[in-house]
Design a protein around this ligand. Structure first.
Ligand SMILES: NC(=O)c1ccc[n+]([C@@H]2O[C@H](COP(=O)([O-])OP(=O)(O)OC[C@H]3O[C@@H](n4cnc5c(N)ncnc54)[C@H](O)[C@@H]3O)[C@@H](O)[C@H]2O)c1
Length: 379
């Protein structure tokens, strides 16, 4: 048995951002717009909205930042929340929208580090408009929030957090600088690979992850080399969308299990952290499966993924790992030490990774020594 949920409506295509004002108007009069610092709400489609309340946002969402944002959003009593930005902005907007009806603090609702109090079952509707191609947050039911106090990112999660509308316009990503293209794009690639090999995969997420992995593998190097390549940007926007649909309905794995505490320990971009551990995690997972669960269907999935990524029908898993290493290097993503991870943090990071919710989707239960090996070899 499996179920599949996504945003109530998805609009995709170059130029579709022009439709945002008309689509938002149908959802209500009082509009709250959460936007990134790179976008100016005084120009473009957002300028057509009638007196929206603006919430400018910089950086990844934190417990404290979200708490303040919810408190100030209450005064606006929005009928609809528009998220116009990268994954950080979309996550903040989804969190504000669902927390407006909660009487609890943010921390009370957080997974793993919080009290796990269920979120309200309904949310103010969210219109999510991604300006990066990576997280797929426009179609997921969670939002990772950084708690500096705990040194970790943990999610708010509820079916009510699925946006009412995801509008994916690849033209909005044309201005992403190469570093953001690399980090976000490698996140999308990882979010297709992990659901494809996850123990929670199902036939719908398989189809989405395969298509997304193919598009990310074709588009990523081109989008990085030439930010104005609309065909490559379109591949990446679709890969990100498909990755979000896949991860929200299956699970991720050890790469994201590690990314949660690594984000807390280093503050580095989420996609760069995923990329830094992706190749070695794949190697360690495959070795562990061959040693302890040689009949696991995940082994065939890793082979299939290697063939999709390399575009070679005869590619081996080792060829797939080599392709990942080459791509990560080409896109200039450094190892964990350069991303800010102190070797003294390895033990704590490994323990936190083993407790992270994404670990539950990994194709095999990794030992503490294997997780430490990934951290050491990825540094
Ligand atoms: N909710 C989910 O399902 C999910 C999934 C994966 C990751 N995430 C989270 O998403 C966040 C990362 O999101 P992201 O990778 O999109 O990065 P981001 O939203 O943090 O943005 C990175 C930088 O790019 C800038 N930027 C965004 N769009 C731009 C554009 N079009 N032109 C120029 N600059 C632009 C931003 O202002 C910011 O400085 C992390 O917090 C991560 O944990 C969430």
């Amino acid at each position: 048995m499996f179920t599949f949920s996504t945003a109530s409506r998805i609009v995709v295509g170059a130029g579709t951002a022009q439709q945002v004002p008309g689509l938002v108007e149908r959802l209500g009069e009082r509009v709250l717009v959460v936007h990134g610092h790179h976008s100016d709400p005084g120009t473009g489609p957002l300028a057509e909205l009638a007196s929206p309340t603006l919430v400018p946002w910089t950086g990844e969402p934190t417990v404290e930042g979200l708490q303040h944002a919810v408190e100030s959003a209450r005064a606006a009593r929005p009928d609809v929340v528009v998220a116009w930005g990268g994954g950080s902005v979309i996550d903040l907007a989804k969190s504000i929208a669902v927390l407006l009806a909660s009487g609890h603090d943010v921390l009370d609702h957080l997974e793993v580090i919080g009290a796990g109090v269920p979120l309200p079952t309904t949310s103010v509707p969210v219109v999510a408009v991604p300006t990066t191609a990576g997280t797929g947050a426009e179609v997921t039911a969670n939002a990772p929030i950084l708690s500096p106090e705990h040194g970790v990112k943990a999610s708010l999660r509820s079916p009510a957090m699925l946006p009412a509308l995801a509008l994916v316009d690849p033209e909005l990503t044309l201005t992403c600088p190469p570093g953001v293209t690399a980090s976000a794009g490698l996140d999308a690639l990882t979010q297709c690979l992990e659901p494809l090999t996850s123990i929670k995969a199902n036939p719908i997420t398989d189809a989405l992850a395969r298509e997304g992995l193919g598009r990310a593998s074709r588009g990523l190097r081109h989008a990085f080399a030439d930010g104005g390549d609309l065909a490559a940007r379109t591949d990446m926007s679709l890969a990100a969308l498909l990755s979000g649909m896949a991860l929200a309905n299956s699970k991720l794995g050890a790469v994201h299990g590690l990314a949660a505490p690594l984000g807390g320990a280093t503050g580095a971009a989420h996609g760069a952290l995923c990329a830094a551990v992706l190749a070695t995690t794949t190697e360690v997972n495959v070795r562990a499966l061959e040693e302890r669960e040689p009949d696991s269907p995940a082994l065939a999935r890793y082979l299939e993924a290697a063939r999709i990524m390399t575009g070679q029908r005869s590619a081996s898993v080792a060829d797939g790992v080599a392709w990942i290493r080459e791509t990560v290097e080409l896109l200039g993503v450094p190892g964990l030490a350069s991303l800010g991870l102190d070797p003294d943090e390895h033990e704590r990071t490994a323990d936190a990774a083993l407790a992270a919710s994404s670990m539950a989707g990994n194709p095999i239960r990794l030992t503490r020594d294997e997780v430490l090996e990934i951290l050491e070899r990825s540094s």
